[in-house]
Design a protein around this ligand. Structure first.
Ligand code: NAP
Length: 283
C-alpha cells in the first residue's frame, strides 16, 4: 500500500483563506481583530516563530502587535504588561512566546493571560474547558491534527487512536479531542513498556515525541492514519518527524509529511483562535 498524503500546506492555505474572510466580515462591522505577541529575550528559534506568526497574521488581514523585551525584563513588569493587554479592548488575542528566560515562571505568566484572550490555549482554564467539553481555546497543534483528520472525512467514532507523548500542549489535549469525538484513546509515553504492541492496534497514530524514526513500518496496522507531530533534525540537518516516512507510507492508509504537515497547520490554527477570540469579544 502507498499511503495518501495529508497535505498540511494545502489545508493551511484553505484555513487562512477562511480566516481572511472572517477578518473582512469583522472589519466591515468596524472591528480590527488584533493579536498581541510578546517576545522576551533573543532565542533564535523563538525569533523565527514570532516572525512567522506576524507574517501569517498580516497576510490574513489580522493586526499583529509585536512587543519585544530584553532577556532581563522583570517578571513583575511582564505581568503588568499582560494585565494592561487583558484590559485593552483593541487586543483580542495574547500570545507569550515560550520559552521565557529562566528567571521567569512560565506557568505564572501564562495564567496571567485572560482566558478570553488565550489564543495559544495553554491556560489552565482552556485545558479545563477542553476537558469538560465547554467552549474555550484549543491548543493549536492538536487542533490542527484534528482538522487534518476532518479534512479526509475520517470518522473517529469507535476507532482506536494511539497518541504517543503526553505533554500539556500536544499529547494530552490531543487525547481529549479524540475522546471528544468518541474514539477509544490510548496515551503512550516514555514508560510505555511495548510501544509497538500499542500502535499495532491503532486506527490512528499521533506521534508527538521528538525522536526521529520512533514509529517504523512494523509498528503500523495496514491502512492506519499516521499523524506526525515530531520536529527533529536528521544527520544531514534536515527537518524530519518521529515517523519513518518512507517505510510507514508503504503500510499506512494516510500519512502527514514533515515538513509540510502539522507545522503549517499549527500556524493556521493560531489564526483561527485569534479570529474566534475577536468574534466572541465583539458578538
Ligand atoms: P515533550 O514535552 O518533550 O514531550 C515528549 C513526550 O514524548 C513525553 O510525554 C515523553 O514521555 C514522550 N516520550 C519520550 N520518549 C519516548 C519514547 N521512547 N516512547 C514513547 N514516548 C516517549 O514534547 P512536546 O512539546 O509535546 O513536542 C513533541 C514533539 O512535537 C517535538 O518534536 C516538538 O518539536 C514537536 N512539536 C511540533 C509542533 C508543530 O507545530 N509541528 C508543535 C509542538 C511540538 P514522558 O512524559 O514519560 O517523558
Amino acid at each position: 500500500m502507498t499511503a495518501q498524503l495529508i497535505d498540511g500546506n494545502a489545508l493551511a492555505r484553505q484555513i487562512r483563506a477562511e480566516v481572511a474572510g472572517r477578518t473582512q466580515a469583522l472589519k466591515a462591522r468596524g472591528v480590527e481583530p488584533a493579536l498581541a505577541i510578546i517576545l522576551v529575550g533573543d532565542d533564535p528559534a523563538s525569533q523565527v516563530y514570532v516572525k512567522h506568526k506576524v507574517n501569517d497574521s498580516s497576510e490574513t488581514g489580522l493586526t499583529a502587535k509585536l512587543e519585544r523585551y530584553g532577556a532581563d525584563l522583570a517578571e513583575a513588569e511582564l505581568l503588568e504588561r499582560i494585565d494592561a493587554l487583558n484590559k485593552d479592548p483593541s487586543v483580542h488575542g495574547i500570545l507569550v512566546q515560550l520559552p521565557l528566560p529562566k528567571h521567569m515562571d512560565s506557568h505564572k505568566v501564562i495564567e496571567a493571560i485572560s482566558p478570553a484572550k488565550d489564543v495559544d490555549g495553554f491556560h489552565v482554564a482552556s485545558a479545563g474547558a477542553l476537558m469538560v467539553g465547554q467552549p474555550g481555546f484549543w491548543p493549536c497543534t492538536p487542533h490542527g491534527c484534528l482538522r487534518m483528520l476532518d479534512s479526509i472525512g475520517y470518522e473517529l467514532r469507535g476507532r482506536h487512536a494511539v497518541v504517543i507523548g503526553r505533554s500539556n500542549i500536544v499529547g494530552k489535549p490531543m487525547a481529549m479531542m479524540l475522546l471528544g469525538r468518541s474514539a477509544t484513546v490510548t496515551i503512550c509515553h516514555s514508560a510505555t513498556a511495548d510501544l509497538g504492541a500499542m500502535t499495532r492496534q491503532a486506527d490512528v497514530i499521533v506521534a508527538a515525541v521528538g525522536r526521529q524514526n520512533l514509529v517504523t513500518a512494523d509498528m503500523v496496522k495496514p491502512g492506519a492514519v499516521v499523524i506526525d507531530v515530531g520536529m527533529n533534525r536528521n544527520a544531514e540537518g534536515k527537518l524530519c518527524g518521529d515517523v519513518d516516512f518512507d517505510g510507514v507510507k508503504e503500510v499506512a492508509g494516510w500519512i502527514t509529511p514533515v515538513p509540510g504537515g502539522v507545522g503549517p497547520m499549527t500556524r493556521a490554527m493560531l489564526l483561527v483562535n485569534t479570529i474566534e477570540a475577536a468574534e466572541r469579544a465583539t458578538a
